[in-house]
Design a protein around this ligand. Sequence first.
Ligand code: GDP
Ligand code: MG
Length: 213
Amino acid sequence: MSTPSSPSGGGSKATAAEAARNSVSLKVGMIGDAQIGKTSLMVKYVEGTFDEDYIQTLGVNFMEKVVSIRNTDITFSIWDLGGQREFVNMLPLVSNDAVAILFMFDLTRKSTLNSVKEWYRQARGFNKTAIPFLVGTKFDMFVNLAEEDQEEITKQAKRFAKAMKASLIFCSTSHSINVQKIFKIVLSKAFDLKLTLPEITMTGEPLLIYQQW
Ligand SMILES: Nc1nc2c(ncn2[C@@H]2O[C@H](COP(=O)(O)OP(=O)(O)O)[C@@H](O)[C@H]2O)c(=O)[nH]1
Ligand SMILES: [Mg+2]
């Protein structure tokens, strides 16, 4: 009996092409209070879907997404920590070895922005080199707030981001605002790539501030 054979060397060619590809892995941690939209953002970025039903994260969620630039496959591994204080002992799992940490808050709940201070202090204890991001969620609801409230939260978010030397991004997962861009900026910062995304700095707009403060 003869064994099936592939046309001259096809198999080995494919292997050579594969070997020419580089692959790297990028861990991104997501941290912040409960109910601010961390899990939603991760699922939206990885699977492209948004579900209004709230499922509380128990402990830690983890998802992967591969993006390719030229001949490099980049695997984002995204770690999302349950916001309840009892999960704080899992903070090292999310923070350790992360290349970037998204410190997240709900743009419609100021208390969640105040919490960022403590989240930042604790996460920095485990990881001093991760590239920090301050990410405000639910921008779709934020625009319905009174103008003074919008201004105050924006001002404080800018102040925090400056102090953290963090990029500042306002996003909406439900309305697909700035979701992809967060991870584009992570990528550009991690690999020192030039990015041509225009910044958005005006109050009332979905902020995108990622160059120098
Ligand atoms: N309007 C609006 N609701 C959102 C958005 N992102 C998340 N939510 C809702 O906020 C709630 C909490 O979301 P979840 O991702 O579970 O928050 P987590 O506890 O931080 O992981 C859910 O009911 C989501 O549907 C958003 O961009 N806009
Ligand atoms: Mg969650």
